[in-house]
Write a protein that binds this ligand. Structure first.
Ligand code: 5GP
Ligand code: SF4
Ligand code: MG
Length: 466
């Protein structure tokens, strides 16, 4: 998901809508905005679909007045997968004795089922199936006097990954979980302040990037005092999601001081060194494979070409929840550029192989177009484990790499060769010169390694075996 918030500007909702539009790649199912205006109080709007279709009409935007607002773009992971109801669309709102608060959450709470059960037993009335709603109920039960303090209390009970943007009548609040699994950045817009999942959403509104919110940090921002920072949690080693670098974030964002685009290009270079192959054309699987393909071509000296053309008006396939739609999706979205492919030995560069269905269809399309050979090069290690921290991966038995070796996957996909970047190669590409510290990894890489930095308590209770 994507989260965004702004304080101290005229008509905050317009900026929030633009920010969410720039974060649309993080969630395409639905979006929501909450604003506060000193005269008109809190207002909210939640809609299915793209921000550009839902938060552009005057009739919606004029219902969201005020200088302070937050927003969320959703794609479902835990909870109501593939079956989002409007009640699951964030931000969530709570009314407390000291006033209202709204929260938008990116990540996944790994003990949400246990918390929900406990809260319901104690009288909480849940409105949605979302894990994030726990935070509101935990805040309601807190005995603290202020809303930021109640949030601290609530988030100390929450396990897993969370980047939260929240607001009260006067405050904009941002928090990252102690391991900083999901991103969150601070920006400045004139006299106002901005919180965003990624820097690309600061660019769109002309805000300056100030810094990242640190793992375990909470910032409370007001118009008169500016940014106040505290560290409410026990200090832990940071474990940022390495897959943000590979796939999830936009290539024009900056993560951990590094350009995502340059990282992806470096992944392609690493891949070309680790798994060279003789061929005539390096072709990205658009769009997510493109920067890595640029790097692969540069390193190998093999010409780069757009052998597959993407229809820009379809969303990311994997964000569409149902498997049936995903299966149809490939041909609707990607088409082979026959003139370029015919009789060539083609290296296809993609970001990941998850179920293998996309890869298989693309390979068929390339062969139908007359390619002489098809070689897959993948910009991440084999995805052998599900993510429980906010990226939608299918259950373990649906992951190709969970049950097959690299060679078996090559045979299954019926390609001439298939190679994944090594975990160490990926770490080098994200700027860790010495590679992965196996005793204490610098990033979360659980979907590749099976080493979960936060025990997925709910999943283990349901029988998941690590
Ligand atoms: P596959 O061949 O595994 O079906 O799909 C791989 C391609 O689709 C990659 O280009 C990747 O961007 C995207 N993809 C499809 N499904 C998923 C998914 O569940 N999770 C992730 N992370 N990417 C997916
Ligand atoms: Fe990111 Fe993978 Fe960790 Fe999920 S499991 S947070 S996708 S690295
Ligand atoms: Mg892709």
């Amino acid at each position: 998901c994507g989260v965004f918030g702004v304080l101290g500007v005229k008509d905050a909702a317009n900026f929030v809508a633009l920010g969410l539009h720039a974060l649309q790649h993080r969630g395409q199912e639905a979006g929501g905005i909450v604003t506060h205006d000193p005269e008109q109080g809190f207002n909210s709007a939640r809609r299915f679909g793209y921000v550009r279709d839902t938060f552009t009409s005057q009739s919606v935007m004029e219902t969201l007045p005020g200088p302070l607002g937050i927003g969320h773009v959703r794609y479902s992971t835990a909870g109501s997968k593939g079956n989002t109801q409007i009640r699951d669309v964030q931000p969530f709102f709570g009314e407390f004795s000291m006033g209202g608060a709204a929260i938008a959450h990116n990540g996944n709470i790994t003990n949400a089922n246990a918390l929900r059960r406990e809260l319901i037993e104690r009288g909480s009335i849940f409105q949605s199936s979302s894990d994030s709603e726990c935070i509101i109920h935990l805040m309601a039960r807190s005995l603290q006097k202020g809303i930021p303090e109640r949030m601290e209390d609530a988030l100390r009970r929450v396990e897993g990954a969370f980047s939260v943007v929240a607001m009260t009548r006067t405050k904009l609040i941002g928090v990252r979980d102690p391991r900083g699994v999901r991103p969150l950045v601070l920006g400045k817009l004139g006299d106002g302040w901005v919180l965003s999942s990624e820097t690309c959403a600061l660019d769109i509104i002309g805000a300056d990037f100030v810094r990242e919110i640190e793992p375990g940090e909470m910032v409370v921002i007001t118009e008169d005092k500016g940014v106040e920072s505290i560290f409410p949690f026990r200090r832990q080693k940071s474990r940022f999601c390495i897959f943000e670098h590979v796939y999830f974030s936009r290539p024009d964002s900056i993560l951990g001081g590094r350009s995502v685009y340059e990282t992806r290009e470096a992944i392609g270079r690493e891949l070309a060194k680790e798994a060279p192959v003789e061929a005539d054309l390096v072709c990205p699987v658009p769009d997510s494979g493109t920067p890595a393909a640029v790097g692969f071509a540069a390193e190998s000296g093999i010409p780069f070409g757009l052998g597959i053309v993407r229809n820009q008006y379809m969303g990311r396939t994997f964000i569409e929840p149902s498997e049936q739609i995903r299966n149809m999706g490939v041909r609707l979205k990607l088409n082979v550029n026959r003139a370029l492919i015919k009789d060539k030995r083609v290296i296809l560069v993609d970001d990941s192989v998850v179920r293998g269905t996309t890869s298989r269809k693309i390979k068929e399309m390339i062969l139908d177009a007359g390619a002489a050979e098809v070689h897959f090069r993948i910009a991440s290690p084999p995805t052998a484990w599900p993510c429980f921290y906010g990226v939608d991966t299918p259950e373990r038995d649906k992951l190709l790499a969970a049950t097959m070796s690299e060679d078996e996957m090559r045979d299954h996909l019926k390609v001439d060769s298939l190679k994944f970047i090594s975990l160490d190669g990926l770490y080098r590409a994200v700027g860790v010169g010495e590679g992965r510290n196996n005793a204490s990894p610098q990033y979360c890489d659980a979907c590749f390694s099976g080493e979960y930095p936060v025990e997925p308590a709910d999943m283990i209770a349901q029988g998941f075996q690590m």
